[in-house]
Design a protein around this ligand. Structure first.
Ligand SMILES: Nc1ncnc2c1ncn2[C@@H]1O[C@H](COP(=O)(O)OP(=O)(O)OP(=O)(O)O)[C@@H](O)[C@H]1O
Length: 232
């Protein structure tokens, strides 16, 4: 098993109110597979990613990634883990608008000790011909492909995607899903996708459902369909 969480708990305090964003969540994820994380707004999906991705720390419970207990890491070690082991993809791309496509990917590569070749990664995501454009000259689908290139160039074993198709039309969303499937197959990275789109679960090897910070479902899918066959 690649990722294991045990009784993972995160509590946000705002004034006198307390929100149990995650409440004793115990899950396991295998290496090299694709997972969907489903659940209504506020159910704890992003909180789970923030903890697994080393952006935030739990208030209770433990997380192991690749045999290492990251929940016991020092802040410095956690930063190194996040930079080297985790690629993030967000709904609104998070590109640097003053840098070209190539420079955006290079900036991500610069954070890694042994990055992949930038042109090879741009080729993989189908953006090599647009390498000198700026983010504001790209469509949403193209921008998301650059964001995926930024994640992939670090050669991370784990890629966390938070609503990667949430801002895209059907055709571009499908292309992004096909790309994530390709990245999973060609790099062997474990890919986790937060989504409100139930149909995406059909291309995943496993599906987690959260509600009010708790796991309400975990199912494995022995025969995921190809991303190009996902329809909604
Ligand atoms: N920094 C924070 N401070 C206070 N409360 C927070 C914070 N981050 C999240 N929460 C609360 O924790 C709960 C879980 O939030 P989270 O963002 O993980 O849910 P989500 O399932 O990702 O939601 P969405 O689908 O809307 O993105 C919510 O009630 C949210 O309001």
């Amino acid at each position: 098993m690649f990722i294991k969480t045990e009784d993972l708990t995160k509590v946000y305090k705002t004034g006198t109110a307390e929100v149990r964003a995650l409440d004793r969540v115990s899950l396991t994820f295998e290496k090299g597979k694709i997972y969907a994380v489903l659940g209504p707004s506020g159910s704890g999906k992003s909180t789970l990613f923030n903890l697994i991705g080393g952006i935030d720390r739990p208030d209770g419970g433990k997380i192991w990634v690749d045999g290492e207990e990251i929940s016991s890491y020092s802040p410095e070690k956690l930063t190194r883990y996040r930079r080297e082991k985790v690629g993030f993809v967000f709904q609104f791309y998070n590109l640097i608008n003053t840098l070209t496509v190539y420079e955006n990917v290079q900036a991500a590569a610069d954070l890694s000790a042994s990055p992949a070749d930038i042109k090879t990664v741009l080729e993989l995501v189908g953006m090599l011909e647009h390498k000198d454009k700026y983010p504001l000259e790209l469509s949403g689908g193209e921008a998301q492909r650059v964001a995926i290139a930024r994640a992939v160039v670090k050669k991370p074993p784990l890629i966390l995607c938070d609503e990667p198709t949430g801002a895209l039309d059907y055709q571009n969303a499908k292309k992004v899903l096909e790309l994530l499937e390709r990245v999973n197959k060609e790099t062997g990275a474990t890919v986790m996708i937060i989504t409100h789109n139930q149909a995406i679960a059909r291309m995943c090897h496993g599906v987690v459902t959260l509600r009010s910070g708790q796991v309400t479902g975990f199912s494995e899918n022995p025969a995921p369909i190809a991303a190009r066959e996902v329809e909604w």
